[in-house]
Design a protein around this ligand. Sequence first.
Ligand code: NAD
Length: 497
Amino acid sequence: MHDPIPHWIAGEPTTGASTDRGDVYDPALGTVARRVVLGGAEDVDAAVAAAAAAFPAWRDTSLARRTAVLFAFRERLAARSAELAAILTAEHGKVLGDAAGEVARGLEVVDFACGIAHLSKGEYSQNASTGVDVYSTREPVGVVGVISPFNFPAMVPLWFVPIAIAAGNAVVLKPSEKDPSASVWLAELWKEAGLPDGVFNVVQGAKPAVDRLLAHPDVASISFVGSTPIARYVYETATSHGKRVQALGGAKNHMLVLPDADLDLVADSAVNAGFGSAGERCMAISVVVAVEPVADELVAKVTERMHGLRVGDGRRGCDMGPLVTREHRDKVASYIALAEQDGATVVVDGRGVAPDGAADGFWLGPTLLDRVPTSSRVYTEEIFGPVLSIVRVRTFEEGVALINSGAFGNGTAIFTNDGGAARRFQREVQVGMIGVNVPIPVPVAYYSFGGWRQSLFGDAKAYGEDGVRFFTRQKAVTSRWLDPSHGGVDLGFPQNA
Ligand code: NAD
């Protein structure tokens, strides 16, 4: 791994113009592992210039040749996925098995993008008017910017980059400054796969780099994933600069449990979806909405499972790793104190966890809060850590109304054996991604990923068909091959005949 972690511009690593540096931690040790360069406007300009220079030739490269690069990238990524997973664990803290899962879900999008020849086909209508044919083509948009969060340093870039590249665009990625090594590893892999220099670039950094990317006149689109306040800012700023924008924001995902559900399956799912990746997933379950009378039994079953979880260094075969930074750990822990103040019951308190790892790691154990008041900030705000809340309701309708009243609409799940209730839930709930007895309903790569309300700004979701549409724009062509029957002057609006 590089130290300092560099930008990647025009096919080469570079420390760039800015002399700013940031610390990158090993969260399980609690120590600075390496440094990262923090780019400014000049570095973004260099990356955009490299992308703009590479774009025309890549756009004009045949589908067959572009697809060959995608397949070569796919084969390399599959063969070396353990290497990438180890990088994710070292900088993010998630356990190795979970990191491998992240790479696998990213790989799915590469598989999907390998089908770009089929996905980007246009339409053709013969003889729309007499002797006139109409057809459409999909063309790349140009230089596209991707800005990613800390929690999926490989998968989130892979939601966008393979489709953007397959469609003929050139990319500038600005990864999270908290775990930036994966981005450079991926850049090296693209190069090995035969991608021409300049088609994929990485600029490391924080707000100054983002701000330049949002305003740069040669950047056609922005794909952003992160917290809601920043997503809203990115959406408003980049659209005001005339860009096409998809900005995915935060989440507060509810799992509705009906009284007929299998409570053992529910408890397993709640624990897996609440505490996997230490709750640092935008599709984590953070609220279990229990329709009475099941809450007491469910709390007992969840508690029992939580006591069996091993928290510690992700390289040691533990179930749950540390949080990403000390500040984030402290912020998440502060919600436990707030829950106590607001009258919730702290059933399991992760602040006292005994981890299998270094004393200074950013630890916080799985935490269960019962009877959380819906007026509390613990309920209304995204916590993004291993804190699971239980809210008790009397009816299905009360549960659905609660879910629909929240600020976020990313994911939700219902657990029941009643098909009619599940169908009604799916129709009435105002949320973008729904699981029926599936707690983390991340759509497969050929469906699109994205929430509603404050979980997504813009009208295009990530990957799937939305991804192809976002990274291409359509041309409609009306064509006639002249013969003498078409002669004559007529100033009227053309009508089909
Ligand atoms: P974040 O919003 O702090 O950062 C995201 C990106 O924005 C990073 O690249 C960061 O450098 C940049 N950034 C941070 N502050 C900025 C500012 N003031 N101006 C401009 N750019 C700025 O998010 P995070 O903490 O890295 O990631 C966690 C968040 O991401 C959670 O809210 C989570 O729900 C969300 N998330 C959402 C999805 C989704 O699909 N909806 C997926 C993953 C993560």
